[in-house]
Design a protein around this ligand. Structure first.
Ligand code: ATP
Ligand code: MG
Length: 385
């Protein structure tokens, strides 16, 4: 059998990440990764084309070397920026002809939904089936191999984003000499990190990165809504730099080394010294003092998320809160949120060797999305390696 690899590209505001994986039983084996820190991305979008391009190129090269796979095509993750999520229905008729449904029928009915979009300047980047209806009778989650004579109907969720945002990201990626095979929105991707119970009861995923805090809400097996707040790790570092009178770069190091998001658990014994701006010498601070700065910003982010959920009309999060992304490396972040809500809280870190850091959640879940659609449409997209 030919080897078949799934490669994802996550262009993040702090770093570009590539994962080369392969399907393994019901999971994913990670073969290799690449990561490059960059200043070319702001708020999940290309800010400086050349700097971003170089970072993407370098990351692909690193992942190719680490995995030994020649990377020609990638699954591109799209941030939840300028993104709309809505429901749509579509039907293909069989007019009495007995038809065994296969992947290409599913593809046509999903393409039909895609073509319904008539909002100018937007592009559909995701159509996820919620249920299929065969001959107006049977509701199924996967109609493959069933026989229909009348019709195949689908009720689907649609994810649309700004055309110019999409065009520019794709242009940047393709200028690096790789093709974008398919695009998957994080709004869809995050579902793969949820347990069946969480996604049934109603769970809220919170990915706190560098510039963006992305929020997705999932219930009864599907994405309900998603949105983004432009406040994340960078705001925390900026606060630290100001309060401790030091440079941004020093503040970033201090945050990662001593940071704590929950004042009550932070240590007043753990002392560190900080180089001062415009003054000779250093000043001493404790982790507890540092945690006061961090806690108030992270709390602000969580309060904004509660407002967002309220705007979405979501009142019950019975499946709990799942926090992930680079900023969830912060000690005490789970305790802080648990102090603010009654529902269960957990921090999600991917389990595969080599990517056991919460910042890899988006990239690995992009691969899960690729596998989901391959299975649904019954084809293997990358067989030319
Ligand atoms: P975005 O999703 O906002 O576009 P990104 O995907 O590049 O950006 P991530 O890689 O998820 O972001 O996370 C990067 C952020 O995580 C940075 O702000 C960084 O400071 C923060 N971070 C990483 N490790 C730690 C740590 N140990 N403690 C605190 N913050 C951390
Ligand atoms: Mg990110």
């Amino acid at each position: 059998m030919e080897e078949h690899y799934y490669i994802s590209l996550d262009i993040g505001s702090s770093s570009v990440k590539v994962i080369v994986g392969e399907k393994f039983h019901n999971g994913i084996n990670v073969i290799g990764t690449g990561q490059t820190y960059t200043n070319g991305i702001r708020n999940g979008c290309i800010d400086d084309f050349d700097i971003a391009k170089q970072a993407i190129k370098d990351t692909i090269k690193k992942a190719a070397i680490a995995s030994g796979v020649d990377i020609k095509e990638v699954f591109l993750k799209m941030p939840i920026v300028n993104t709309e999520i809505y429901d749509e229905k579509f039907e293909i008729p069989f007019e009495g002809t007995e038809t065994e449904i296969n992947g290409s029928h599913i593809e046509s009915v999903l393409d039909g939904i895609r073509d319904l979009n008539d909002v100018p300047e937007t592009e559909v980047i995701g159509v996820f089936p919620m249920k299929f209806i065969v001959d107006d009778l049977h509701e199924v989650s996967d109609p493959k191999e069933m026989v229909a004579t009348q019709s195949l109907k689908v009720e689907a969720g649609v994810i649309a984003t700004s055309k110019s945002l999409l065009i520019n990201i794709i242009k940047c990626v393709e200028s690096c000499g790789v093709d974008v095979l398919e695009v998957f929105s994080d709004a869809y991707n995050y579902q793969s990190i949820l347990s069946p119970t969480e996604v049934e009861l109603g769970a809220c995923v919170i990915d706190i990165g560098e510039d963006l805090t992305q929020v997705g809400f999932y219930e009864r097996g599907n994405l309900v809504d998603a949105d983004t707040i432009e406040m994340a790790g960078r705001s925390i570092t900026t606060d630290i730099a100001k309060s401790l009178n030091t440079t941004y770069d020093n503040a970033e190091k201090i945050k990662q080394q001593y940071g704590h998001a929950f004042y009550d658990s932070a240590s007043d014994q753990d002392v560190f010294s900080v180089e001062q701006v415009n003054e000779d010498g250093h000043a001493q601070f404790t982790q507890k003092e540092l945690s006061e700065i961090i806690e108030s910003r992270v709390e602000e982010i969580f309060f904004e998320i509660f407002d967002l959920l309220q705007d979405m009309g979501i009142t019950n999060v019975n499946g709990g809160f799942i926090v992930t992304g680079g900023t969830s490396n912060l000690l005490g972040i789970k305790e802080l949120l648990q102090d603010m809500v009654n529902e269960k809280v957990r921090v999600h870190t991917p389990s595969q060797m080599g990517i056991r850091k919460p910042e890899f959640t988006s990239s690995i879940s992009t691969i899960s999305s690729g596998i989901n659609f391959d299975e649904l449409l019954d084809y293997v997209t990358m067989n030319n390696y």
